[in-house]
Ligand binder design. Structure first.
Ligand SMILES: C[S@@+](CC[C@H](N)C(=O)[O-])C[C@H]1O[C@@H](n2cnc3c(N)ncnc32)[C@H](O)[C@@H]1O
Length: 273
């Protein structure tokens, strides 16, 4: 089967239920009432960054002010998920946080597909369940508290989305996890990743990071907040180069690997089994 052709034939390019995918459906899914001031005051000394209750509380505001084109990336992920999801299969969102991606994909994916959100932060999962309940979603949705470092399995998956999460997995484990994803995906299934990147070239690396911090300043973060978050993430968020990510996916067995988004040190990659 040619990739995506059956979906195109079914008219999925314009979204399920006749909904246009051009409008941002993500904005209403984000709780921006709770403003991210996590690193603003002295009350949060810098230690390793944790997805704890304090972070979960302000996460939607934090992620949308800290990740360039966050809503556009979500939209692209929804479109691609809609292209590859097949009836009666499972769709896994790994590192689902507050379920923004799962809710955003709801209209784009066949209703018979079960959504399974994986995260090891009970605080994030509590927020996710709250949001799903508030939206009155009827699709089968399950949340599983699992640590990617402990190992878990995906099964009958047509799509796995993993946004801004592989970067938090210790490098030693990335190989095993991407292989497990490959094994749990059905034939022609897709893994859709969003990752922060580093570059081998030190000049580009520095320039991209400078422009990224400018983006955060434009979104209202102070120098102190930017510096504290950088320090907190230092040992926790370990970005790979684009080529390292592509290599990782190819080694796991994926036959097609293609970047679909790039903004300085952020990228989206789709890999197809
Ligand atoms: C940056 S957030 C992901 C953002 C989310 N995917 C989105 O699109 O808004 C990373 C998430 O991965 C989860 N996470 C980090 N390390 C993990 C691990 N070892 N196992 C499971 N979940 C993990 C965190 O709790 C957090 O919710």
């Amino acid at each position: 089967m040619e990739l995506g052709l059956h979906q195109l034939a079914a008219g999925n390019a314009s979204g399920r239920n006749g909904l246009s995918m051009s409008d941002s459906k993500v904005t209403p899914l984000l709780n921006k009432v709770n403003k991210d001031t996590f690193f603003e005051t002295g009350s949060n000394p810098v230690g390793d960054f944790r997805f704890n209750a304090g972070v979960a509380d302000v996460f939607d505001d934090m992620v949308s002010r800290s990740v360039p084109f966050y809503e556009e990336m979500q939209r692209m992920v929804c479109e691609l998920a809609g292209d590859f999801a097949t009836p009666n299969s499972n769709l896994y969102d790994i590192g689902c946080s507050t379920a923004t991606t799962m809710l955003a994909m709801n209209d784009a994916v066949d209703p018979s597909v079960k959504f399974i959100g994986i995260d090891n932060s009970a605080d994030m999962l509590a927020k996710a369940e709250e949001k799903v309940k508030a939206m009155g979603v009827t699709r089968a949705m399950e949340f599983v508290n699992a640590d990617l470092h402990q190992g878990f399995f995906v099964d009958n998956a047509s799509v796995i989305t993993m946004l801004l999460t592989l970067q938090f997995v210790r490098p030693l484990y990335r190989d095993r996890i991407t292989k497990m994803f490959y094994n749990g995906l059905n034939e022609n299934g897709a893994l859709i990743l969003i990752e922060k990147l580093t570059s081998e070239d030190t000049i580009f690396n520095r320039l991209f990071i400078n422009h990224y911090y400018d983006f955060k300043r434009r979104n209202g973060y102070s120098e102190t907040e930017i510096a504290k978050k950088r320090e907190a993430l230092e040992n926790v968020l370990i970005p790979y180069r684009l080529e390292e990510n592509v290599e990782l996916l190819k080694e796991a067995g994926f036959r097609k690997v293609e970047p679909f988004f790039r903004w300085y040190n952020f990228c989206g990659i789709i890999a197809v089994k």
